[in-house]
Design a protein around this ligand. Sequence first.
Ligand code: UD1
Ligand code: UDP
Length: 354
Amino acid sequence: MKVLTILGARPQFIKAAAVSRVIREEVTELIVHTGQHYDANMSDIFFEELNIPKPDYHLGIGSGNHGKQTGEMLAKIEDIILTEQPNFVLVYGDTNSTLAGALAAAKLHIPIVHIEAGLRSFNKKMPEEVNRILTDHVSSLLLCPTETAIQNLTNEHITDGVYNIGDVMYDAVLYNKTLVESTSTILERENLNVKDYLLITIHRAENTDDVDRMKSILDAFSQIPDNKVWPIHPRTKKKLEDYGFQLDQIPNLQVIEPVGYLDMLALEMNAKKIVTDSGGVQKEAYFAEVPCVTVRDQTEWVETLIEDANILTGTDTDKIVEAVQKQVAPSYTPVFGDGKTAEKVLDLLKNYLT
Ligand code: UD1
Ligand code: UDP
């Protein structure tokens, strides 16, 4: 069995590390890296520290407007599918790389396996929402992380090939947790004390590309006296420079470059609270039982909202400040699978062909 896996963005490398390790025991996997993320700390670092096999194809597409970026990926992935004739094309999540892989495969009648199928924010202005709806509607195996995702697909009349296999990011955390504890030195390097800082990540286009929303978020950070550490996404860094916002005016804020996965898990596990608009980080906060504040208007990960473990504030300054100050003590409920999601992917691939 030959599987062609399409990767391009940071969270996809992390998910693939967990899945590739398992499926390669019985499957021939070829990896295509679209080049959507290309800085060393957005790409290479994950391949190195998570032992992801080197990509068989690197498309070097880079950044660009959605149509151009997705279109260039589509054309190149089509050539690779024609050459390799895989049994499946495997895509993760909801990025432009996901959609390009799915479209290329659908046109060539290659079954698509979508890991993280069925998520919805119900906001079609998000590029991710368009990518995931279109990908789900052409996929043959829709591998959902939660019951909510299954229900979302049912509501769109997609029921064939749909399975709740749990969340591969939970596999990744369980696999790497001990390694994080024994190897990460990020707290020492950044002079941070356990449970004495907020961890911030912001990169969602709906925030970064709207000057008013970004100002409102930064105003909240200015009003929050706690120590804060912010590994800044290159998109956000660029936008803040364009807007002329000065992060050094914000008290007790350390802005650092994006970090590797093990350091990121260490920052999450030891944070007092996390403020984010990331999908993956909301879940990792919940896995680590660290309270989270999500500066978005919707979340796909509604399970994390239980007992205010994750508080959805939008970008209203007062709401963010209030949510950060609220005392909550989340405890993880196992709604994201059993940490053996990758094994279920392998089983379903094998079953599909028999
Ligand atoms: C993409 C995904 C988003 C995902 C995120 C994970 C889409 C539409 N969006 O958003 O769903 O949550 O990845 O991090 O696919 N840049 C660099 N160096 C890099 C990568 C990006 O400087 O290595 C800068 C460029 O200015 C680029 C901008 O970041 O234009 C945005 O990158 P892009 O990949 O288009 O989208 P993300 O915001 O990273
Ligand atoms: N992450 C990381 N380093 C960072 C920021 C995030 O390794 O500096 C990891 C994080 O732990 C999670 C994933 O990247 O596993 C989330 O990716 P991101 O926030 O870029 O995208 P999203 O999940 O929102 O699509």
